[in-house]
Write a protein that binds this ligand. Structure first.
Ligand code: S3P
Length: 200
């Protein structure tokens, strides 16, 4: 399948990049955390508190399996811990092109120091936790990824520009609107009218 899946540590911008990319490519965006919250009828924080982390990890795998059942090509942003389960890697690959948004611990800390929604960072020394988790997780993010884009010190526009370029290089799409490009490829014609850009 040719979904675009965003992976990376908490705070790297997966959700925002996902939404922006969905505008650019006119694809639906899904977020595994949001799908899980909707299905469970509670927030991630409540799931961790009442069912525990391992139940949440099972839900993440279940969510990938459900996404594999849909045919539409989407942008999928994922929870930061999802690629830690090796069992999820073949599912990610089957879903499409996996993009790792790489970020430093310092940058994560800058972005999340006042955050209260991530259960894993509600501890005495969240910065140390970020450093430890990131050191442990980085090899697995790299292993799961087809494309790596570093986001440190870059604003959203720069990240999107680089990501679009890398997707193009990887042959994921060939222009600003991949629905139109796909139609052109299928019809063998370049006559499909291009709708106005929805970018903001
Ligand atoms: C987690 C990241 C969170 C969420 C949960 C666990 C993690 O998602 O899935 O709190 O283990 O890194 P974001 O990466 O969107 O913050």
């Amino acid at each position: 399948m040719s979904n675009i899946i965003l992976i990376g540590f908490m705070g790297c911008g997966k959700s925002t990049v996902g939404i922006r990319l969905s505008y650019k490519l006119r694809r639906i965006v899904e977020d595994t955390d949001k799908l899980i919250e909707k299905k469970a009828g509670m927030s991630i924080k409540e799931i961790f508190a009442t069912k525990g982390e391992s139940a949440f990890r099972e839900m993440e795998t279940g969510c990938l399996r459900e996404l594999l059942l849909t045919r539409e090509e989407k942008i999928i942003s994922t929870g930061g811990g999802l690629p830690m389960k090796r069992e999820n890697h073949p599912l990610l690959k089957e879903l499409g092109t996996v993009v790792y948004l790489q970020i430093s611990p310092e940058c994560v800390w800058e972005r999340l120091k006042n955050d209260t929604t991530r259960p894993l960072l509600q501890c005495d020394d969240p910065f140390a936790k970020i450093k430890d988790l990131l050191a442990m997780r980085a090899p697995l993010y790299e292993e799961a990824a087809d494309i790596v884009v570093n986001v440190d010190g870059k604003d959203m526009e720069e990240v999107l520009r680089e990501l679009m370029m890398r997707l193009k290089d990887a042959g994921v799409f060939v222009g600003g609107n991949d629905n139109e490009n796909r139609k052109e490829k299928e019809n063998g014609s370049g006559n499909t009218p291009t709708p106005p850009p929805l970018d903001f």
